[in-house]
Design a protein around this ligand. Structure first.
Ligand code: MG
Length: 375
């Protein structure tokens, strides 16, 4: 029996539609890419050795406890890291306890960050650096699986990375002078204040260079009138902004200070995670976001978005870290006003090659994921 023209046309249409679906598989209803997830997470303690003794308003040290994390699946390794300066409360023991409870095999698709990372976050309160290590490793793995660096996945222009500041800790005039000379390639210096040597620190640096300085008081000034007098003095010294001038609990004093301050005030210790950005509005002019405080790249991206919506300045900072966590933060840096991403430059035993600082500017490379390779 011969087919009627209409039946022939119908069959042709059906087979063409089938071919179209075959050519465009993404037109199909979504089905998970990974039905069984055998993603393996491993971790090992590591100690960062600092080039110089590092002193801030509240402490002094020569090493930083760290934890290196890897996720592995399909022959791809994603790298992550938790840097844990002791005064922040995490340690290699707390990170070990936390990471031992992370099981990524329960999630069918590692691309589903929202679900996976919310679940990791819910394992226990706190532990922001340990959580960041998992977040960074997952981002690295997903970026490598996609074959793209995160700045590209986020749609950012790598040429828009900011200059990064170089941090000078509290020290004797001789050491401060020497560090200022060593920081020659940096366009901005970040100076730690908050002890009784504050004016000495600034005048010593000003004997060497007139480049812009940002200052970080690390909550060191306890009295608002004293803080205002200091900021008025600093405003005559080519200072960009003042980070965390007073203890984070003194919210009303900081808001009082901000109304009178000739320099922008940036919250750091006051701003840990996403809800803190909303609380910082009206108290600070901007926020300092760090992966180790906020649980990683995903939350940092949300914090930047919220801060921008609130018309606030954004700085991205770091702890002493290897190029792993620094490169992860650098992926976000085209979105911010100021970067303080010198953490890997301050250590002697970096394990990675990643984002670098070229002529004082954060520089991203066309490497997938967070953009690192192991040395
Ligand atoms: Mg700070």
């Amino acid at each position: 029996m011969s087919e009627s023209p209409s039946r022939r046309d119908f069959l042709r249409m059906v087979s063409l539609a089938g071919a179209a679906v075959a050519l465009h598989p993404r037109a199909l209803p979504f089905s998970p890419t990974f039905t069984v997830n055998d993603m393996k997470l491993t971790f090992a303690p590591y100690t960062l050795e600092l080039k110089h003794t590092f002193t801030i308003a509240t402490s002094s040290r020569t090493t930083t406890p760290d934890m290196m994390v890897q996720v592995e699946k399909d022959g791809i390794i994603g790298y992550g890291e938790a840097s844990m300066p002791p005064y922040l409360g995490e340690s290699q023991d707390t990170a070990t306890a936390f990471l031992s409870r992370v099981d990524l095999t329960g999630f069918p698709d590692p691309f589903e960050f929202e679900t996976v990372l919310a679940s990791v976050d819910a394992i226990a309160p706190g532990n922001p650096a340990a959580k960041a290590a998992v977040d960074i490793a997952l981002h690295d793995w997903v970026g490598k699986k996609m074959g793209q660096p995160w700045f590209r996945i986020w749609g950012l222009d790598p040429k828009k990375t900011p200059v990064t500041s170089f941090t000078i800790g509290i020290d004797t005039p001789e050491v401060v002078r020497q560090k200022t000379i060593e920081a020659d390639i940096y366009k901005v210096l970040k100076v730690k204040l908050g002890r009784d040597t504050d004016k000495m620190m600034i005048t010593t640096i000003r004997e060497v260079t007139d480049k812009p300085i940002s200052v970080d008081v690390n909550q060191g000034w306890k009295d608002k009138s004293f803080a205002l007098a200091m900021i008025e003095w600093l405003a005559t010294k080519n200072i960009l902004f003042v980070e965390q001038p007073m203890p984070k609990e003194q919210v009303d004093d900081i808001a009082w200070l901000r109304e009178r301050s000739p320099l922008p005030l940036i919250g750091d210790e006051s701003v840990q995670r996403l809800p803190d950005v909303r609380k910082a509005w009206g108290v600070y002019d901007g926020v300092n976001i760090k992966l180790m405080k906020c649980t990683g790249m995903r939350e940092a991206h949300k914090m930047i978005t919220l801060a921008r919506a609130l018309d606030m300045k954004v700085m991205i900072g770091c702890m002493t870290e290897t190029s792993c966590a620094i490169s992860a933060a650098a992926q976000l840096s085209p979105l911010v006003d100021w970067a303080d991403l010198d953490g890997a430059v301050l250590i002697k035993n970096d394990l990675f090659d990643g984002a670098t600082i070229v002529d004082g500017k954060v520089t991203l490379w066309e490497k997938p994921g967070i953009g690192v390779t192991k040395k």
